[in-house]
Ligand binder design. Structure first.
Ligand SMILES: [Zn+2]
Length: 318
């Protein structure tokens, strides 16, 4: 029997929490919201679970301030970080891995093995772009931003998993048993989710992102299938990769928004129609987000869905 959640109250408190402050989502599970604002690279959400032997951290952010908030939390809790679980390899989720390893040398990283291919493909291409950007940076601040991205990519081996998640199932980590799932070729080549049956919390990584689906490395149709699988799970609260925690009903609204977006983009309707539909579908979930920011993101990502299907399908193949 798990404790009933005062979900309405929890969500209201979380919405009001300042950036980088940890808020308790349910007893023993804390959320550090990732920043996601116009003109800056995002941090993914980080989730900290208390376990009998220490702390488990799901995703470590990108910027130093975000990761520092995780370290500060551990110091205050007087508990070591025993494990990191990375939901996927995007830099806004693994960027703090090396910093946390330095702080807690005994920790183990759990993740899919998708980073290995990403380092040869997507990240190698991104690194080359960054080198150009560094050369042509308009000022020191901009240069530092690009250099810190390169530094994350170059911390290579420290980012990589000690334990590869290659199948779904129960695992006991730091003395806490969690149901850890693997989705393949959805948002990335390997996306990990974590379900805690004791509290009914599902930590979904970027399978759920607001205010927009971040499709950069995604196979859209397989992502949709993953959302259908998540919908069958018995969770009460879902913590997404970006955005505030969602009730089951809110997640179902997100899923239909995603389905509508894919349907629209595969048809004859212009991109603007698909974006309009998305805004209507997720309107209640993204209240307070700058509409211009949402418009810019959706212009980019709906455009991605309108690419040549052969291009998109490359990301669906094993
Ligand atoms: Zn992300």
């Amino acid at each position: 029997m798990r404790p009933r959640l005062a979900i309405g109250l929890t969500l209201a408190l979380l919405a009001a929490a300042p950036l980088h402050a940890a808020s308790e989502v349910v007893p023993g599970i804390f959320l550090i919201r990732g920043g996601f604002t116009p003109g800056t690279q995002p941090d993914g959400n980080s989730v900290i679970l208390k376990a009998p032997d220490g702390l488990i951290v799901v995703d470590t952010g990108r910027h130093a301030e975000h990761t520092q908030a995780i370290i500060d939390f551990a110091r205050e809790a007087k508990a070591p970080v025993r494990a990191i679980i990375n939901s996927h390899w995007h830099l806004d989720h693994i960027g703090g891995n090396a910093r946390l390893r330095r702080e807690f040398p005994d920790l183990k990283i759990f993740a899919s093995n998708a980073l290995a291919n990403a380092r040869k493909g997507f990240l190698a291409g991104y690194r080359a772009q960054l080198e150009d950007l560094i050369k042509n940076a308009p000022d020191d601040n901009a240069r530092k931003v690009f250099q810190s991205e390169v530094a994350i990519i170059d911390s290579g081996a420290e980012l990589a998993p000690d334990v590869v998640i290659d199948a779904s199932g129960n695992r006991t980590i730091a003395g806490r048993t969690l149901n850890i799932g693997l989705e393949q070729r959805a948002v990335t080549e390997g996306d990990v989710w974590i379900y805690d049956a004791a509290t009914g919390v599902l930590i979904a990584g970027d399978l759920v992102t607001l205010p927009a689906p971040l499709l950069d490395t995604a196979c859209p149709r397989r992502w949709k299938e993953s959302l259908d699988r998540l919908a069958k799970m018995d969770f009460e609260l879902l913590i997404p990769g970006h955005g505030p925690p969602l009730t089951r009903r809110q997640f179902l609204a997100y899923r239909s928004a995603f389905d509508h977006l894919l349907d629209c983009a595969s048809g004859e309707a212009p991109k603007s129609k698909c974006i309009e539909g998305w805004n209507t579908d997720v309107g209640a979930l993204i209240g307070g987000t700058d509409p211009k920011f949402v418009a810019a993101l959706m212009d980019y990502y709906a455009g991605m869905l309108k690419r040549d299907p052969a291009e998109i399908n490359k990301l669906c193949e094993p």
